[in-house]
Ligand binder design. Structure first.
Ligand SMILES: [Zn+2]
Length: 130
C-alpha cells in the first residue's frame, strides 16, 4: 500500500518530503548485509520515485473532472453574468446555488452540496465571486 501523496503549491518540497519519508521506511533494508535485499529496496524506492508524476497526473485529472478547466469556469461566469440569475450559478460545477446562513452571515452555497462545496460571498442581495 502506497502512502498518500499530497500536492501543495510547493511541489518540489512535497516530492522531497515524500521521498525522504519513503527512504526512512526502507532504511533497515538499505542497511541490510544481504546485497539482494538492498537491491530490492532500491528497486522499490526507484519505482515509487518514477511513479510520482503519474500519480500527480491522475490527481490533476480528477480535479479537472470535478472542477473543470479555466474555459469551463469562464463559461459559467459569462452565462451567469448574462442571465442575471438569482440565485447565481456555482463557480465550481455550474449548478444553481442556494442561500445559506453560517455563523458569519448569509452566503451562497452550491445546490449540489454536499457533493460540491462551491460557495460565493453575498453582498446585500448581490452575489460576488469568492
Ligand atoms: Zn457546485
Amino acid at each position: 500500500m502506497l502512502d498518500e501523496f499530497r500536492y501543495t503549491d510547493d511541489l518540489l518540497h512535497d516530492y522531497w518530503t515524500y521521498l525522504l519519508n519513503q527512504k526512512k521506511k526502507f532504511d533497515p533494508w538499505l542497511e541490510h548485509r544481504d546485497d539482494i535485499t538492498v537491491a530490492n529496496a532500491l528497486i522499490v524506492l526507484i519505482q515509487r520515485t518514477t511513479g510520482l508524476p503519474a500519480r500527480q497526473l491522475a490527481q490533476l485529472e480528477g480535479a479537472f473532472i470535478h472542477a473543470g478547466g479555466i474555459r469551463e469556469k469562464m463559461n459559467v461566469a459569462r452565462l451567469e453574468a448574462r442571465s442575471g440569475h438569482d440565485p447565481p450559478l456555482c463557480p465550481v460545477c455550474g449548478a444553481h446555488m442556494q442561500k445559506r446562513i453560517s455563523k458569519r452571515g448569509p452566503f451562497w452555497g452550491c445546490g449540489d452540496y454536499p457533493r460540491c462545496k462551491g460557495v460565493r460571498k453575498m453582498q446585500g442581495d448581490q452575489a460576488i465571486g469568492q
